[in-house]
Ligand binder design. Structure first.
Ligand SMILES: *Cc1c(COP(=O)(O)O)cnc(C)c1O
Length: 399
């Protein structure tokens, strides 16, 4: 028994090494990693450019505090600003912190303009992290249980429901917070036109639009940020997961207007924007902004989606629906999702669980066609095993 608080139901495998799209267990067995540590290892494992960035920074300087200028931080902030809608960045250490910072920026914006507005509208099925405020934003009963009272200030409406969203706006509403694609909730893509609707609604009502792109951002959908598939831009956006490629890093991006209240002393983080994290994050963005990188993600995504459509046709007893965009894919299962995850694990293929009975595929963005084909072969055998198991169980019942 370990001394770790048992908050996770862990699979009994120990990985000791990773290289590219593969993880290696302590007995040397290779596993094809289509979970990427939950969308974190965007460039796979031990990417030479990230190893070099981390190692060379580690030899020079680890930490100074935000009381001094941190050149890597200024560099990564400028890269993010150049590649997005934003003018300003605050660095965090995790997704929960990045989204919570985004909510603080929105509240402070209204305060700065002499308004009392503080409430944020969120959506059913949302996941924004596990701090007290963020479990109150997500409102998942299983995350809130025993941690009450809820932090006040979040109003929730059904995902994609225009009328309910409009109706939820009150005198104290400050902004709307949404994942363009819900990750933990089951890879639910916002309905067509919904982000555009929210943008107009926010403009009309004087609210800030906050996107949680902690999972959908950093190239995951085949654009650097999922909102870039639309014509709209948010006022504030949270990033984490893929940002550090496996080194803990988060960021809250905002326009100059939205960040108007974030003056000296208003927010802080001891570790946020640490030189090591910033060196790696900057290298991640260098790689992702090279010519052809995102196009290759889109090609791999197309190959994956073709293969999955065929699997769905072949195994209707196992796969009910395929959801998602780019390399952020959900297989909605007919069987319990845990059965397909276990069967995939038997094929040494790593996936990730999600809500709505979904199995998530979040391959490293460096996956090539051969890796996608490899994964599809393993998934096909896993689907066959689940189907055959279900048929055998049925036969036993009817005999
Ligand atoms: C993972 C995730 C978070 C929380 O990130 P942590 O680093 O675990 O705090 C927040 N929002 C979304 C959309 C996520 O997928």
């Amino acid at each position: 028994m370990s001394a770790i608080m048992p908050t996770y139901g862990r699979t009994d495998i120990e990985f000791v090494r990773g290289e590219g799209v593969f993880l290696y267990a302590d007995d040397g067995t290779p596993f094809l990693d289509f979970g990427s540590g939950i969308a974190v290892n965007a460039l796979g494992h031990a990417h030479p450019r990230l190893v070099e960035a981390l190692a060379s920074q580690a030899q020079r300087l680890w930490h100074t505090s935000n009381l001094y200028r941190i050149p890597n931080q200024e560099k990564l902030a400028q890269q993010l600003v150049d590649l997005s809608f934003a003018d300003l960045v605050f660095f965090n250490n995790s997704g929960a912190e990045a989204v919570e910072c985004s909510v603080k920026v929105a509240r402070k914006f209204h305060h700065h303009h002499g308004s009392e507005r503080y409430r944020i509208i969120t959506f059913e099925g949302a996941f924004h992290g596990r701090s007290l405020a963020m479990i109150s934003a997500g409102k998942q009963p299983k995350h809130l249980e025993g941690f009450g009272p809820e932090v006040d200030g979040f109003d929730q409406v059904p995902f994609g429901d225009r009328d309910a969203t409009r109706a939820a706006i009150g005198d104290l509403t400050a902004g709307i917070l949404i994942e363009p694609i819900q990750g933990e909730g089951g890879i639910n893509v916002v309905p067509d036109g919904f982000l555009e609707f929210l943008r107009e609604l926010c403009d009309e009502m004087g609210l800030l639009l906050i996107l949680d792109e902690v999972q959908s951002g950093m190239g995951r959908t085949g654009k650097l940020f999922a909102y870039q598939w639309t014509d709209i831009e948010p006022d504030i956006m949270a990033l984490a997961k893929g940002l550090g490629g496996g080194f803990p890093a988060g960021a809250c991006l905002a326009t100059k207007d939205a960040a108007a209240g974030m003056i000296a002393g208003s927010h802080g983080s001891t570790f946020g924007g640490n030189p090591l994290a910033m060196a790696v994050g900057s290298a991640v963005l260098d790689v992702m902004s090279e010519d052809g990188f995102l196009e290759r993600v889109q090609l791999s995504a197309n190959r994956l989606s073709q293969g999955l459509a065929m699997l769905k046709d072949r195994f209707p007893e196992v796969i009910d629906d395929i959801k998602g965009r780019g390399l952020m894919v959900g297989l909605k299962c007919v069987c319990p999702n845990t059965e397909l995850i276990s069967a995939a694990l038997e094929e040494n293929l790593l996936t990730a669980i999600a809500g709505d009975n979904v199995v998530r595929l979040l391959p490293p963005l460096i996956s090539e066609e051969a890796d996608i084909v490899d994964a599809l072969g393993r998934l096909e055998r896993a689907c066959a095993a689940v189907r055959d198991g279900a048929r055998a169980a049925e036969a036993r019942q009817s005999s």
